[in-house]
Design a binder for this molecule. Structure first.
Ligand code: ADP
Ligand code: AMP
Length: 213
């Protein structure tokens, strides 16, 4: 049973690595951002409540997110473990996760993606995502072979919150509300720090070393 938390600033490469782990080991990838975007697209009640916060680069309320995660991790496909990508993002969310898991929370491995602000801006403004399957590309670091998705041929788009202005808000929100989780999990002895500025394959090796270690 593997329960991983991917912690780190937006653009650190969490989704990219989760996709690699999913492909190699079949671990379920739970991205709160992806679930929210799906809800916005389908104009659900949750999507309507979340949209303005996401557009501004602010966090959606803890109550909504915690409820959403509770439902997701109790689904059948999560019985053998999962990667939480983008959750928890506040101390209140981390405490809620601990309550949900009880004793099992002690077996969490929290992987902290360490990367500089300069790289984040470059990675996020160059990010492109497939409309159909969600595959993630970068115009310079991981370009598609042609203009469309290598996996499924879908159209690629730029997320509306990946503009320089919104990225700056997201970074300051990260520093204020999410960065304190580094110390929170470190104190509990659950934190594993990796150098996320390296090439994707190198980052993947660092994560595998933690999983097998
Ligand atoms: P996150 O899920 O943490 O927000 P992503 O995985 O979406 O980050 O990565 C952000 C952008 O950076 C994407 O365009 C991705 O292709 C690119 N990227 C991810 N990992 C690396 C890496 N190790 N080196 C260079 N670019 C990367
Ligand atoms: P991401 O795809 O992880 O970059 O998230 C995109 C946006 O979704 C964030 O800027 C937030 O508005 C919202 N979001 C995602 N995860 C959370 C979370 N755990 N708590 C609050 N808001 C979230």
């Amino acid at each position: 049973m593997i329960r991983l938390v991917f912690l780190g600033p937006p653009g650190a490469g969490k989704g990219t690595q989760a996709a690699k782990l999913k492909e190699k080991y079949g671990i379920v990838h739970i991205s709160t951002g992806d679930i929210l975007r799906e809800n916005v697209k389908n104009m659900t009640e949750l999507g309507k409540k979340a949209k303005e916060y996401m557009d501004a680069g602010k966090l959606v309320s803890d109550d909504l997110i915690i409820e959403m995660i509770k439902r997701r991790i109790n689904a059948d496909d999560c019985k053998n473990g999962y990667i939480l990508d983008g959750f928890p993002r506040t101390i209140a969310q981390a405490e809620a996760l601990e309550r949900m898991l009880g004793e099992d929370s002690k077996s969490l491995k929290v992987i902290y993606f360490d990367v500089s602000d300069d790289l984040i801006l470059e990675r996020l403004t160059g990010r492109r995502v497939c409309k159909d399957c969600g595959a993630v590309y970068h115009v310079a670091y991981n370009p598609p072979k042609n203009d469309r998705c290598d996996e499924c041929g879908g159209e690629l788009y730029q997320r509306s919150d990946d503009t320089e202005e919104v990225v700056k808000n997201r970074l300051s929100v990260y520093k204020e509300q999410t960065a304190p989780l580094v110390e929170y999990y470190s104190k509990k002895g659950l934190l594993y720090k990796i150098d996320a500025s390296k090439q994707p394959d190198d980052v993947f090796n660092q994560i595998e070393a933690i999983l097998t270690g």
